[in-house]
Design a binder for this molecule. Structure first.
Ligand code: SIN
Length: 348
């Protein structure tokens, strides 16, 4: 009896004293990457994250396991960035607007109204040297910027029709945590309310806020059309993403794995950019079909009045996002966004 007891004590002490490397040696425990995000799996970001998981897991032959947590199931927007810096998650793809509260204000430049008039404009920045320089900024914050993923152009929803600046007066509208978006809403006379994305549906349903601005794919997949009577196709701004990793974790990966992951991200980025426009077009069609939300198409005059009210936000916020950066974005797109000409509708 005594002998058996000592043998089992010896066996368990052996297990305890084996080095972690020796313990995983036999089973090749995979490196786990937690990838958290706040939208559903059937959005451009959700689908790109799933493709990244599939490619990375296949190509690393089980050496890496990617756990994707969609729809704020692991962390909400603000928490997820803190979690990344603490190492509780390894990868995220937050929207540009979420970086301001961390003191990285430059990404809020993408929130400026009417900065881009098409995906082509946008790609001149995100796929060019300006975008690459922006990704490098993240290193100082313990973050590696890996890629940009497209979503799309924003529309407004509300329980009253929003066509001209006068319609926005006094409306409480949910925004992401961005000073640029705060200024944008104030320029329209609306009352901006910062709120986590996961709380939007309930806040609209209970009347805590009156309205919302987002891409059609996010509006549809968060079921906002169930609780909002009107959706204005304004295309007044853009939402896209920066795919990021915890720098310490990324740098600690064996270089062959890092290469495979980077290649998988690049392919998932192409996929996101390929599907984003169609996903958003399909979402508008789906909202229309549900028949609960009236879709408002603006006249040229209504577009002009919104643009005229919103363009001064560029000048007002250039100190926050960086004057040089803003000028280099204007130069890359070849458009002086401060021009006051009537805005053409974004080509859908
Ligand atoms: C997202 O698309 O990741 C969320 C955007 C938002 O918070 O409005």
């Amino acid at each position: 009896m005594k002998a058996i007891a000592s043998a089992s004590v010896l066996a368990s002490s052996l297990v305890l004293t084996l080095s972690p490397v020796a313990q995983v040696g036999a089973q090749q425990a995979p490196i786990v990457i937690k990838f958290s995000h706040v939208v559903t799996s059937d959005t451009p970001k959700g689908r790109a994250a799933e493709l990244f998981k599939k490619l990375a897991e296949q190509r690393t032959n089980g050496r890496v396991r990617i756990e994707v947590y969609p729809n704020s199931t692991l962390f909400k927007d603000k928490e997820e960035l803190e979690a990344l810096q603490l190492g509780s998650v390894q990868m995220l793809a937050p929207s540009f607007s979420k970086f301001g509260p961390m003191g990285i204000n430059q990404f809020e430049a993408f929130d400026l109204p009417y900065l881009f008039e098409s995906y082509d404009d946008l790609h001149k920045v995100t796929r060019g040297p300006v975008g690459a320089a922006m990704l490098r900024l993240l290193r100082d914050h313990g973050i590696v910027g890996l890629a940009f993923w497209d979503n799309g152009f924003k529309d407004f929803t509300d329980n009253k029709p929003l066509r001209t600046p006068a319609d926005f007066r006094g409306q409480k509208i949910r925004i992401q945590s961005s000073k640029v978006l705060d200024a944008q809403m104030r320029a329209l006379g609306a009352i901006p309310q910062v709120m986590a994305f996961s709380e939007v549906y309930q806040a609209l349903q209970t009347g805590v806020v009156d309205g919302f601005e987002n891409t059609p794919s996010n509006i549809y997949t968060q079921k906002v059309h169930e609780v909002q009577k009107y959706m204005t196709l304004s295309d007044h701004g853009y939402i896209g993403y920066v795919v990021i990793a915890n720098a310490k974790f990324w740098d600690s990966l064996p270089s062959d794995l890092r290469g495979i992951l980077a290649q998988s991200i690049a392919e998932a980025s192409d996929f996101a950019d390929e599907i984003a426009k169609k996903e958003n077009d399909d979402a508008i069609a789906a909202i229309r079909k549900k028949g609960r939300t009236e879709i408002i198409e603006l006249t040229a005059e209504e577009r002009r009045s919104l643009k005229q009210a919103l363009l001064p936000v560029h000048h007002q916020l250039e100190g926050r996002v960086g004057r040089d950066l803003l000028q280099s974005i204007y130069a890359a797109t070849g458009r002086l966004a401060a021009e006051s000409a009537a805005p053409p509708a974004v080509v859908r």
